[in-house]
Design a protein around this ligand. Structure first.
Ligand SMILES: Nc1ncnc2c1ncn2[C@@H]1O[C@H](COP(=O)(O)OP(=O)(O)OP(=O)(O)O)[C@@H](O)[C@H]1O
Ligand SMILES: [Mg+2]
Length: 494
């Protein structure tokens, strides 16, 4: 019997199918840059296959725990258990045929590697009687099977690399099918990547990753250029479980939600009409007649422009009469007020970690309450403002003659990482201690120190910064080309 699951739709509207039985024998590698839709794809695959096959997910960020509510996966919070318990858990998972999510959130990277190695070892070493088919999904596989040494201990890295190699090279006989996803193919150990016969390639920017992808797929490098232009959620599939020829498909919808998802449409808060009237109409600014609607000011081209505008305009209440077009000063003032409101919002506990959709709705309500006239910022402009506000870079930074260069560099980065870069740039310019993992994570809207460290490593890979160790486990960040340097800072500081 062939069991096919529908991953998505091809360009012609046909179903993009995955043959489950073939997948068990031939494994899968998913690669694509951050935000290309890998985790969504894994989720779709797991949801569709959950009724057919047992599953284990190695989940570094706790993104997949919601599978438990809908499909009954057992969530193992690795941080709550010692490493020794992991091998036994792996063994019992096979014995009792329970689908699980190994949630590694909250563990230091070293312990993430050790726990994973022990758990995979338990799955692998199960007695022959229990060798029933199982999908073993590893998101962010480059963490567990890195191509080169990183900042983890040799022991932990060796253990997890060897467990991943066993999974991919020798797992098939034992019923284990490795499904691995990575942002950076060049960072994934070659022997681990090479054991997958099915590929789903998403958007890929860097030449080195593209070259590795072309090699694996047996494509001309020129052909691999198409990966650069893929949209989020679009992948090119190839392999015995997918298609004999490269097949473009858009991954379908999912039933459960990622905890780690970015901006999303969220329902408006349930505000009773009377309460809303209070909120919106109670305290109109007595001196500011509400101006007629005008077209919005053009969003500033970059963060520099925002910072510069902020510093160029004095703060204060808006006293303006209606005009056909907002002057640059007015637009700047509106921005300043918007930013002040945003600042106030982010000062509330936990606000920095709320989903961007919720923060945006909150801002819209507050803009109305504060009678800030004109069209509110569009979502992309809001995202940039949020990045700067979260990073806590003071607007005065724009007065510094060195800023244009730093801001121009930030502009080349994805919007949600710009704030982190500016946070580092500000600390380096002022000679302040290097921001801690917690501060970097917060500027990124996350609580995960691991994510902060990976982001730092990624910015370094982009050639924008160099991190250097300093005495006492502290670190220094230097801005490439500007020679600005932070003082030594403790990565673990609160
Ligand atoms: N096929 C799709 N349909 C609808 N939304 C999608 C699709 N693929 C991805 N998304 C959305 O895009 C966002 C980013 O996707 P996802 O988290 O899967 O990216 P990723 O490649 O895993 O990124 P990272 O490497 O940073 O973890 C998510 O909010 C996700 O819901
Ligand atoms: Mg992901």
């Amino acid at each position: 019997m062939t069991i096919g699951i529908e991953l998505g739709r091809t360009n012609t509207g046909a179903a993009g199918m995955m043959d489950l039985e073939e997948l068990l024998a031939t494994r899968l590698l998913v690669q694509g840059n951050s935000g290309s839709g890998k985790s969504h794809l894994l989720r779709r695959l797991m949801e569709q296959s959950a009724p057919w096959v047992q599953q284990a997910v190695i989940d570094p960020e706790g993104d997949f725990t919601s599978l438990a509510d809908r499909f009954g996966h057992l969530v193992i919070d690795a941080a709550a258990h010692p490493e020794e318990a992991m091998a036994a858990a792996g063994d019992r998972v096979r014995r009792h045929r329970v689908s699980v999510v190994l949630n590694l959130e909250g563990l230091e990277v070293d312990r993430q590697l050790r726990h994973t190695a022990a758990f995979l070892g338990g799955l692998f070493d199960a007695e022959r009687d229990h060798w029933t088919p199982m999908l073993v999904v590893v998101d962010e596989a480059q963490l567990f099977a890195p191509a080169a040494g990183g900042d983890t201990s040799d022991d932990a890295r060796r253990a997890s690399l060897s467990a991943m190699t066993d999974l991919m090279c020798r797992g098939r006989k034992r019923g284990l099918a490795g499904i691995i996803a990575t942002q950076r193919l060049a960072k994934l150990a070659k022997n681990v990547a090479a054991e997958a016969s099915n590929f789903l390639m998403g958007r890929t920017f860097l030449d080195i990753d593209m070259a590795r992808a072309a090699d694996l797929l047996g494509m001309e490098r020129r052909q691999a250029e198409q990966f650069r232009d893929l949209q989020r959620g679009h992948f090119i599939g190839l392999g015995p479980a997918l298609s004999r020829r490269p097949l473009a498909m858009r991954i379908g919808v999912v039933e459960t939600q990622s905890r780690g998802s970015g901006p999303s449409l969220t329902p408006l808060p349930q505000t009773a009409p009377e309460e809303a009237r209070e909120l919106i109409l109670a305290a109109p600014d007595p001196v500011a007649p509400r101006p007629a609607r005008r077209p919005p000011p053009a969003p500033p081209a970059d963060i520099l422009a925002q910072l510069a505008q902020a510093s160029a305009t004095p703060r204060g209440p808006a006293i303006r009469v209606a005009e056909p077009e907002p002057s640059p000063e007015e637009a700047a003032e509106r921005e300043t007020r918007t930013r002040a409101i945003l600042h106030e919002m982010l000062a509330e506990e936990d606000a920095a970690f709320r989903p961007i959709g919720v923060l945006y709705q909150d801002l819209l309500v507050r803009l109305r309450i504060h009678a800030v006239s004109g069209r509110p910022p569009e979502l992309p402009a809001f995202r940039r403002m949020l990045a700067v506000a979260r990073a806590g870079v003071p607007p005065e930074a724009a007065n510094d003659p060195g800023w244009p260069e730093a801001a121009a560099r930030a502009d080349g980065l994805p919007e949600d990482t710009q704030g982190v870069f500016l946070l580092l740039a500000h600390a380096a310019r002022q000679g302040l201690p290097c921001p801690s993992d917690a501060a970097i994570a917060r500027a990124y809207g996350s609580r995960s120190a691991g994510r902060a460290r990976r982001l730092l490593a990624w910015i370094e890979e982009q050639g924008l910064i160099v991190t250097r160790p300093a005495a006492g486990g502290r670190r220094i960040v230097v801005l490439v080309g500007l020679a600005w340097e932070t003082a030594p800072g403790d990565p673990a500081a609160a």
